[in-house]
Design a protein around this ligand. Structure first.
Ligand SMILES: Cc1cc2nc3c(=O)[nH]c(=O)nc-3n(C[C@H](O)[C@H](O)[C@H](O)COP(=O)(O)OP(=O)(O)OC[C@H]3O[C@@H](n4cnc5c(N)ncnc54)[C@H](O)[C@@H]3O)c2cc1C
Length: 309
């Protein structure tokens, strides 16, 4: 079987986001409790950040949590929560200081998903699948000790998770990108599109983009011992997301009219059709391209901060 058709890792949100966050900010007890089942793939995780009015403006989170005895009690709603329907745990950003605004007064809670206070409602995507969900918290509970960092300091932890999400967690996906490009090239050779000079040029550009991603990853990793994120790390998300979206378009142009054909009955899309549709979301999740450009301007280039209300 072509390597690009093998399944990805099912526990990637735990392995790439929850695990590194717990290692960086969690207590010894949390490390012992949560890391082994993440490593073994016994417990799956989801990310409870976005809300109907808190996406790019994540600090606008409205989900609330209050400490009642030895439990956090959580009320509110998350949205676009990938894999919530199969997850055992969710890391949730919630407002724990009443009346607090923006990034102040937020806490980072680890919440068990399988409980009566949580309702998961799937959102159907254009691929026909429902990978992400709305998640409703209605008196959901978690133990008081399931907080990462101090109460009210959740923003710092949440930003740490985002740094993992935009950077290190995506390094492994370069293998998948490599395999997808190889599949596009193989089809172009087979159906003759490789003789079209414009397609050839785009294939070459895609290959060059992969080498640039690899070089940038090595450049970042070589500075991994420094306390500050190297400035070049900030371009990573914008670069891979745009590259991958363009690969999706290239795949459709290489397939030609065949790209338009799908069985509408059961959404039996081919892997390249799925690639095209899914890559439309790459420039949105983990921070949109526009937000990445703001971050590059402000944090990497030191330009004045955007005016915020
Ligand atoms: C496939 C997929 C999976 C996801 N999985 C998860 C998940 O598991 N957990 C989770 O919490 N979230 C998840 N998300 C949500 C994702 O993080 C948000 O969609 C993203 O942060 C954008 O927020 P929004 O959709 O509310 O758009 P908005 O923030 O409303 O943005 C709308 C548009 O306005 C632009 N915009 C907004 N603010 C600015 C600004 N200051 N400057 C310039 N332009 C701006 C944006 O770039 C965008 O084009 C997922 C999204 C997708 C597509």
């Amino acid at each position: 079987m072509c390597p690009c058709r093998r399944p990805g890792r099912v526990g990637h949100i735990g392995e790439g986001l929850a695990g590194p966050t717990i290692i960086a900010f969690g207590t010894e007890t949390q490390k012992q409790r949560f890391l082994p089942p993440i490593l073994k793939g016994d417990e799956l995780w989801c990310q409870g950040y976005s809300e109907p009015n808190a996406g790019s403006d994540l600090a606008n989170v409205r989900t609330r949590a209050r400490l009642v005895g030895d439990r956090w009690v959580i009320d509110g709603q998350k949205v676009w929560t990938s894999l919530a329907h199969v997850s055992d745990w969710c890391f949730v950003i919630a407002r724990t200081e009443e009346g607090s605004q923006q990034h102040r007064g937020l806490s980072y809670l680890l919440v068990p998903m399988r409980q009566k206070g949580i309702t998961v409602r799937p959102i159907q995507q254009m691929t026909g699948t429902s990978e992400f969900n709305e998640v409703f918290f209605d008196g959901a509970e978690t133990a008081a000790e399931n907080i990462v960092g101090q109460p009210g300091e959740g923003w710092k932890v949440a930003m740490g998770t985002l740094a993992f999400e935009r950077g290190a967690s995506t390094l492994g996906q370069q293998m998948a990108f490599h395999n997808q490009l190889a599949q596009v090239i193989a089809i172009a050779r087979r159906n003759g599109k490789a003789r079209d000079p414009l397609i050839r040029q785009r294939l070459a550009e895609a290959w060059i983009g992969l080498q640039i991603m690899r070089a940038n990853a090595l450049r970042m990793l070589s500075q991994a011992d420094k306390p500050e994120l190297p400035r070049e790390a900030y371009v990573s998300k914008l670069y891979w997301a745009t590259w991958h979206r363009d690969l999706g378009k290239l795949a459709m142009d290489v397939l030609g009219p065949e790209a338009e054909i799908a069985d509408a009955g059961d959404y039996a899309l081919t892997p390249l059709q799925q690639l095209f549709l899914f890559t439309r979301s790459d420039t949105i999740y983990a921070g949109t391209n526009e937000i990445q450009r703001n971050i590059i301007a402000e944090r990497a280039l030191g330009m004045p901060r955007e005016a915020r209300g």
